[in-house]
Design a protein around this ligand. Sequence first.
Ligand code: ZN
Length: 420
Amino acid sequence: MPSKAINAARLHGHIHDLAQIGKIGETGVCRLALSKEDRAGVELVKSWMEEAGMEAYIDPFANLIGVWRGSDPQAPVLMLGSHVDSQPYGGRFDGAIGVLGAIEVVQTMREEGLQPACTIEVVAFCDEEGCRFNKGLFGVRGMTGKLEVDELDRMDKNGVTRREALLEFGCDPADFEGYAFQAGRIGAFLELHIEQGPVLESLNEPIGIVSGISGPLWLTVEMTGFAGHAGSVPMSMRHDALLGSAKIIVALNELVRREPGAPTVGTVGSLSVFPDSRNIIPEKVSFTIDLRDIEIRRRNAHETELLSIIENVACEHGLTYTIREDTNSEPRYCADWIKESLHQEAALMGMKPPELMSGPFHDSLAMSHVCDYGMIFVRCLEGISHNPKEYASPEDISLGTELLYRTARRIVMEKERFQG
Ligand SMILES: [Zn+2]
């Protein structure tokens, strides 16, 4: 394998130092979006952007943006980044490696004396996680003009609104008024992220190239039967809503596992039973369904089949039901030309990374609506994430960052549209 261009010691020093802010236990972090810890993290990362030769500022949506100006202000921008906020009981690598890796990319290019025509921007998006105000991807949706009404009135569990938290952080939501996203300004977005799943580890591969981010279909199903005494109503006369729900849950599991090798996943993660008593036949059961696939056609076919299963089970057990659709987002695919660049650069490094889809969403999901995007995944131990035990090895992170560097260099030095 050719030697690396990036400075791995500097990169891992940054990862270590950022993990000291909001540190919990030995290896965990808690940097909730727009908190004091988040602000301290953003300030530290800003200082590294400046050290790397970028001008850095915080935009009205609390995104930290580092700018390295190209020689042609008309050329579309290459944007690199991720987020540095965390879950309340989070790990050191989720988001952080994508921002710190991107800074390393720019610093390495400058040290190599490169001067691209296009501007490169490194961004740490505000509130990717969404745990504090129960809605994620805030910063990237703000930057790309996709905020929803009343978003600033969302409250955290202490009654603090997002508006108040932004002001406390040093951003004025009044500035949203004068802001407009310039369509076409950004030519491409690259994000490096830990996988947060066990696929790369199972394949014994340090890094992977993301094919796309699967969109979830979220449904809430409510089955209604008839309550009765658990001791006296004969089995043949029951309308047991829990029994029907159980059959649907098992059928969903069989449905999504049917096609060998397909990445389809289906989960029932929440269930409530009424009246929830050991000697009453359950009358009402509601449960959630989370169905994901990178192929929308297969997901839609599964949904159709699931609806007929629900209908059949309801008939069989004398139940009525309602189905509410809570979320229905389409999969968003990585750009073929970026995947191709990633594969070619990986081959030059002596690697043949597999392609895999992302089940979780990332900042890239929102970026996919405004520009082409590509993602690199780094293997993480046992797929653990959103947990202080989250771990990715320095060697794997270095490989992912080197691939990010080489691909970014290829894009800005060779791709015509980035040449002004
Ligand atoms: Zn993340």
